[in-house]
Design a protein around this ligand. Structure first.
Ligand code: PMP
Length: 315
């Protein structure tokens, strides 16, 4: 893909040239408040000449769950949307790491606050997004003074665009205070998650992560890492409420998520985590996750959807 944007996107049942997908300016407004989305990655494997979409079905099942929770009509099945995504990544000839973003919004809702009317438009677009796994990226985090949204306010379980205002506020505060990123506590004062990622820590060789009722998104990466930690690294994993001070005394802390992948946190509120560098369990998980995503490690084949670029003539 050499252009500034990919050739195609998918909008309301049709794959079409990027330039053709336009709406009237008055549509901007309330439609985005209720919009829900997914963030999905595909990883390029140069030896296979193939791109693999990671846990596509799980992402699109969560997309469907988000649509249900915000009461949008579902005119397309999960299978139809999966097929559309595979074709889109293939036809855009992404021979690189890619971010795929399906978005569902209330059609014709630009002028109305009410939230009524359930007809949905769905847009799927793709863009290059290089992986930072194994590049040595680390972050310094600060506990945010902003509280994480909660289930009876704006449910974090829904991947709703509006939810991200909470994370933006936390990120802006973190930057103003000289941190790279923020960690949000929930209404109960327990650790929730980052602005766009879940959080894991290691204490005494045990992997610990806030449970799914701690005001977090039910992260697909989190689930994958719990599975691999148990099955492949033989680690004990605890999903439970996590105290803030546990982060200060943790041996290892990292963010996990589709965009965040695995990002080691090397200090929290200026308390050094471990020896201030990514710890051994984080590094083992990162290597395994990387190899599984790219199909270098054959395990978990059911998590990888090949897009079919290997069958096309190379460019
Ligand atoms: N929490 C939040 C708030 C997020 O935005 C994300 C990224 N989607 C995650 C957690 C991680 O979720 P996943 O692993 O499914 O990408």
């Amino acid at each position: 893909m050499s252009e500034a944007h990919p050739k195609y996107l998918w909008w309301n049942g049709r794959q079409m040239p990027w330039e053709d997908a336009t709406i009237h300016v008055t549509e901007i407004g309330w439609s985005t408040v209720g919009a829900i989305f997914e963030g999905i990655r595909a990883y390029w494997n140069p030896d296979h000449g193939e791109a693999y979409i990671f846990r596509l079905r799980e992402h699109m099942e969560r997309f469907s769950q988000s649509m249900k929770l915000v009461r949008l009509d579902q005119d397309y099945s999960t299978d139809q949307l999966i097929d559309a995504i595979v074709q889109l990544v293939r036809d855009n000839e992404h021979r690189e790491d890619v971010y795929i973003r399906p978005l569902a919004y209330r059609s014709g809702d630009g002028k109305s606050f009410s939230g009524f009317g359930s007809e949905a438009s769905i847009l799927i677009n793709t863009r290059p997004m290089p992986s930072h796994l194994l590049t040595g990226k680390t972050q310094h985090a600060g506990i945010s003074s902003w509280t994480r949204i909660s289930d009876n306010v704006m449910p974090p379980r829904v991947k709703n665009l509006s939810n991200y205002r909470n994370g933006q506020l936390a990120n802006m505060e973190a930057a103003a205070n000289g941190y790279d990123t923020a960690i949000l506590l929930n209404a109960q004062g327990k650790v929730a998650e980052g602005p766009g990622a879940c959080l894991m820590l290691v204490r005494n060789g045990k992997l610990i992560t806030p449970d799914v009722t701690s005001s977090i998104l039910e992260s697909i990466t989190r689930d994958a890492l719990i599975t691999m930690a148990r099955q492949d690294l033989g680690l004990e994993v605890e999903e439970r409420p996590v105290d803030r001070t546990e982060l200060y005394v943790a041996d290892e802390v990292f963010f996990c998520g589709t965009a965040a992948e695995i990002t080691p946190i090397v200090s929290v509120d200026r308390y050094q985590v471990g020896d201030g560098t990514p710890g051994p369990i984080t590094r083992r998980l990162e290597q395994l996750y990387h190899d599984v995503l790219r199909g270098i490690d054959p395990r978990y084949a059911e998590w990888r959807t090949p897009v079919g670029l290997a069958k096309l003539a190379p460019t």
